[in-house]
Design a protein around this ligand. Structure first.
Ligand code: SF4
Length: 338
C-alpha cells in the first residue's frame, strides 16, 4: 500500500456565473521516503493540489469528488479535529514565504516549543533540547542564540531553514513544500535543495515538491507529475521526463530550462497563456498552444479539438495526448515552433 494515494480528485471554486474547476480527476501516489515533484506554470493547479491534500483550501474552494488516502485512511470528509492532529505531526507543509509559518511576534524558541507542546507531552527542558537538535539538523549555527531571536532578525535563507526545522520537529512522514526556494538567491537555493534532499533521505521522509521550475524539480525529485489546467498531463521518473519528455507541454517546459539554452540566446518560452479556467477549451486543454494540433498538411487533428485525452502508459511513464505515439516519431516541440 502506498503511503499516500490520491484518486479522481476534483476541486471546485463556486463563482457567480459557473463553478471554476481547479482540479480535474487528479490521481497519483507517494511511497514512503519518495521525493515527488509537481511542476507546471502558475495557475496550473499545483498549489490548489497541495492545499487540498491537507484540507487547507481557501474558501469557497472545496473537494467535490475523489479520494485522498494516507496509510489507507480516507482524509476527504475527515473531521477538522482529526485532520489537525495529522497536520504537523504526520503531514507537514513548507510555504514559499516563511512568514506564512512564522509568527513575527514570537521568538523562534517560543514557536518551536509551542509546536511541540501542541502535539507531544514534553517538559520545557525536553522541548528546548529537541528544538536545538532540529536547528542543528538544518545546519543553523548557534542554535541557542537563534531560539532567542525573532523571525525578522534572521536572513531569508535562515528563516526557511527554521521553517524546515519546525516541519521536522514532529518527525512527519510527508513534507509538502510549495515553491520553498523561489524567493531565495541562487546560492541559498542550491544549499537548501541539498539540505532538503539530505534530510528526506536521512529521516526517510516523503517529499511532495511543488515548483514552476523544472530545474529545481530535477535536482530534488525522483518522480514528477506535470500539471496543466488542473490536470496531470504527464508523469514518470524525473530523469526520463527531462531527457525524453513525451507530452508537448512537458517538452515546452524542458526547452525553457536555462541550462538547455545556449549562452546569449533568449529562453524558449511556450507561446500563449494558460487557458481561462472559466472558459477552458473543448478537447485537449493544451490545443491552443500545441504546435502539433495540425497535421503536416495544415488540417486540424480532429481528436485534439473534440476530446480531452486521458493519461495512458507511454514508455516509462503516463501521458495524456491523443497523438503521443505518432509525435514521438516526429521532430521535437522546439524544432517545429521556431
Ligand atoms: Fe497537442 Fe493534440 Fe496532444 Fe493535445 S492531444 S497535446 S493538442 S497533439
Amino acid at each position: 500500500m502506498a503511503l499516500l494515494e490520491v484518486n479522481g480528485l476534483d476541486v471546485q471554486f463556486p463563482m457567480r456565473q459557473q463553478p471554476l474547476q481547479a482540479l480535474r480527476g487528479v490521481a497519483f501516489h507517494l511511497e514512503r521516503g519518495e521525493r515527488l515533484g509537481i511542476v507546471g506554470e502558475s495557475g496550473a493547479g499545483k498549489s490548489v493540489l497541495a492545499f487540498s491534500l491537507l484540507n487547507l483550501l481557501s474558501r469557497p474552494g472545496f473537494i467535490n469528488a475523489g479520494s485522498i488516502r494516507f496509510e489507507g485512511q480516507e482524509l476527504v470528509g475527515l473531521s477538522e479535529r482529526r485532520l489537525r492532529r495529522l497536520r504537523g505531526r504526520r503531514l507537514a507543509m513548507i510555504f514559499q514565504d516563511p512568514m506564512m509559518t512564522l509568527n513575527p511576534l514570537l521568538t523562534i524558541g517560543q514557536q518551536m516549543v509551542e509546536t511541540l507542546h501542541a502535539h507531544r507531552r514534553l517538559t520545557r527542558r525536553e522541548a528546548r533540547a529537541l528544538a536545538i537538535g532540529r536547528l542543528g539538523h538544518v545546519q543553523i549555527a548557534e542554535p541557542e542564540l537563534r531560539l532567542r531571536q525573532y523571525p525578522h532578525e534572521l536572513s531569508g535563507g535562515m528563516r526557511q531553514r527554521v521553517v524546515i526545522a519546525i516541519a521536522l520537529l514532529l518527525d512527519p512522514d510527508i513534507i509538502i513544500a510549495d515553491e520553498p526556494t523561489t524567493a531565495l538567491d541562487v546560492t541559498t537555493q542550491a544549499n537548501l535543495i541539498a539540505l532538503l534532499r539530505q534530510l528526506c533521505d536521512k529521516h526517510n521522509v516523503g517529499l511532495i515538491l511543488i515548483s514552476h521550475d523544472l530545474g529545481v524539480i530535477n535536482q530534488l525529485t525522483q518522480r514528477t507529475l506535470v500539471m496543466y489546467a488542473g490536470s496531470i498531463v504527464e508523469q514518470g521518473p524525473t530523469r526520463v521526463l527531462i531527457n525524453d519528455a513525451q507530452h508537448p507541454y512537458t517538452q515546452g517546459l524542458v526547452n525553457a530550462l536555462p541550462q538547455l539554452t545556449p549562452p546569449r540566446q533568449r529562453l524558449r518560452q511556450i507561446p500563449g497563456p494558460l487557458p481561462d479556467p472559466l472558459d477552458s477549451p473543448v478537447g485537449c486543454a493544451f490545443h491552443p498552444r500545441c504546435p502539433y494540433r495540425f497535421h503536416d498538411d495544415g488540417t486540424p487533428r480532429e481528436d485534439c479539438l473534440a476530446r480531452a485525452p486521458r493519461l495512458e502508459s507511454a514508455g516509462e511513464g503516463r501521458v495524456a495526448c491523443h497523438w503521443v505515439r505518432e509525435l514521438h516519431e516526429i521532430p521535437t516541440f522546439e524544432e517545429t515552433s521556431t
